[in-house]
Design a protein around this ligand. Structure first.
Ligand SMILES: Cc1ncc(COP(=O)(O)O)c(C=O)c1O
Length: 415
C-alpha cells in the first residue's frame, strides 16, 4: 500500500537475500503490475483519516475536507450513542469470543441485534456475519447444489458474483441489468430444477438505481423461485422508515431473503446479515461455512449497530434530512449545468467519460477540499467513468454548495 511503505520493507529483505528465489520473482512480477497500474493512471491512492467519519473529516496531508464518498448515509458512524454502545459492550464483553460461534458461543448483543434486524425487516429471523460479503457467500453456498439454478442481475455486487462462482450451482443465468423480460424467459426455460434462486441488489451501487422489485416479487412467485435481495445501499435509505427498497415499493416483508451490511447506514463499522425464515437462519447457523470457520461480529460492533438501528427507528428526522439533502444536491447540480444520473437513492453519480478524467476530477476536488471518488474501467464499463457522490443526513447546505462548486470547476477543466 502506498501509505505504509510495506513494499520497501520487502524489497530490503529480498535485497538482503532472505527471500527464496520464488518470492523474489513474485515480488518482481507484482512490482511490474503496480507499475503498469501507475502508468495507466489506475493506481488507487489510500487516504488516511485523522478524525472520525462524518460530513467533514481531517485527511492526512489534505486538512479538513467535505466527505461525499462514504456510505455513512445517516451520519451515525460517529453518533455519540452509537459510540457509547460500542464502548459499553467492549467493557462488558471484551474484544470478542476468540473463536467461532458454535465452538465458543456468542454474546447477548448478537442475539439482540439479530432479533432487532428481523423485526426491522419483517422476517422471522436474522443471522449476523462479519461482513455482507461473507453473508452473500454464506447464503448462496449453503443453498446451491447441482439441482439449483441461480438467476443474477449483471450489475450485482462483486460479492454476489464471486459467491456464485464459489457456490457452483447446477446452472446460472446472468440476465441483462433489470431486464425483466429476459429474466422471465430464463425462468420459464429453466426446465426441471429443484430450486430457483433470483438474486439482485436492492440499490445498484454504481448507478444508484433500484431493482424492479414489484416485477421481481411477482416473477419469483409465478415461477416458484426464491427472491434474494442484497439491500446494502437501501437499508436506512429507502422507504418511509428506512426499511429498505422493499418498503419503498410497498413490499415490506415480502422479499424471501434479505442480505445487508452494517457497514453503511447502520453504524458504519462493519458486519453483515441474512434475514429470512427461521428454518433458513437455523440451517445457515448450522452449516454455512463462514459460521463454522470464522469468528462472529465483535460485540462492540453488534452493540453499535443495534444502537444505530434504534436511532433510525426513534429519529424519523434522519431519513428526512437524507432525503432533502439528496434532493437539494441534485437541484444544485442541475442549476450548475451538471446532469447526474437520474435516481431515487442516496447515490448520485455524474458520468464524465474517460477513467483518467474521473481520476483527475476527483484529485482536483480533493485539492479544493472535497473528498469524492472517481470510478473508471474496469469497475464500470469503458467510457462511463464517473464521479460518485453519496449523500448523508449529516451534510449541511454549505457542504453541498462547496461540493457542487468544486465539481463544476473540475469538470470544466477535465470533463
Ligand atoms: C451491494 C453490496 N453488497 C455487499 C457489500 C459488501 O458489504 P461489506 O462491506 O459488509 O462486506 C457492499 C459493499 O460495498 C455492497 O455495496
Amino acid at each position: 500500500m502506498n501509505v505504509s511503505g510495506e513494499a520497501g520493507t520487502r524489497e530490503a529483505r529480498s535485497a538482503g537475500g532472505s527471500g527464496s528465489n520464488g518470492a523474489v520473482r513474485l515480488d518482481r512480477e507484482l512490482q511490474a503490475e503496480l507499475d503498469r497500474m501507475r502508468t495507466a493512471g489506475t493506481l488507487k491512492a489510500f487516504r488516511v483519516l485523522e478524525s472520525p467519519q462524518g460530513p467533514e473529516v481531517r485527511l492526512k496531508g489534505h486538512g479538513e475536507v467535505v466527505v461525499l464518498s462514504s456510505n455513512d448515509y445517516l451520519g451515525l458512524a460517529n453518533h455519540p450513542a452509537v459510540v457509547e454502545a460500542g464502548i459499553e459492550a467492549l467493557r462488558r464483553y471484551g474484544a470478542g469470543t476468540a473463536s467461532v460461534r458454535f465452538i465458543c458461543g456468542l454474546f447477548e448483543p448478537h442475539l439482540a441485534l439479530e432479533a432487532d434486524l428481523a423485526a426491522f425487516l419483517g422476517t422471522d429471523s436474522a443471522l449476523t456475519y462479519v461482513s455482507c460479503w461473507n453473508a452473500n457467500h454464506a447464503v448462496l453456498d449453503a443453498l446451491c447444489d447441482e439441482r439449483t439454478h441461480v438467476f443474477s442481475d449483471e450489475l450485482n455486487h462483486a460479492s454476489i458474483i464471486d459467491a456464485m462462482r464459489l457456490a457452483r450451482p447446477g446452472a446460472k443465468t446472468v440476465f441483462p441489468h433489470s431486464d425483466m423480460a429476459g429474466l422471465e424467459q430464463a425462468l420459464a426455460g429453466a426446465g426441471e430444477v429443484s430450486r430457483k434462486l433470483v438474486v439482485t441488489d436492492g440499490v445498484f451501487s454504481m448507478e444508484g438505481d433500484l431493482a424492479r422489485l414489484p416485477e421481481l416479487v411477482e416473477l419469483a412467485r409465478r415461477h416458484e423461485a426464491v427472491l434474494i435481495v442484497d439491500d446494502s445501499h437501501g437499508l436506512g435509505v429507502m422507504g418511509e422508515t428506512g426499511r429498505g427498497t422493499a418498503e419503498h415499493f410497498g413490499l415490506h416483508g415480502q422479499v424471501d431473503i434479505v442480505t445487508g451490511t452494517l457497514g453503511k447506514a447502520l453504524g458504519g463499522a462493519a458486519g453483515g446479515f441474512i434475514a429470512g425464515s427461521r428454518a433458513l437462519c437455523s440451517v445457515l447457523e448450522q452449516r454455512s461455512r463462514p459460521q463454522l470457520f470464522s469468528n462472529g461480529l465483535p460485540p462492540t460492533v453488534a452493540a453499535g449497530a443495534r444502537q444505530a438501528l434504534r436511532e433510525l427507528r426513534d429519529d424519523p428526522g434522519l431519513i428526512g434530512r437524507l432525503r432533502s439533502n439528496t434532493a437539494e444536491f441534485r437541484a444544485r447540480l442541475e442549476e450548475a449545468g451538471i446532469a447526474p444520473v437520474a435516481g431515487e437513492s442516496a447515490i448520485v453519480p455524474v458520468i464524465v467519460g474517460e477513467t483518467a478524467a474521473a481520476i483527475a476530477i476527483s484529485a482536483e476536488m480533493l485539492e479544493a477540499g472535497v473528498f469524492v471518488t472517481g470510478f473508471g474501467y474496469p469497475v464500470v464499463p469503458e467510457g462511463t467513468a464517473r464521479v460518485r457522490a453519496q449523500m448523508s443526513a449529516a451534510l449541511e447546505p454549505e457542504h453541498l454548495e462547496r461540493a457542487v462548486a468544486a465539481l463544476g470547476t473540475a469538470i470544466a477543466r477535465h470533463g
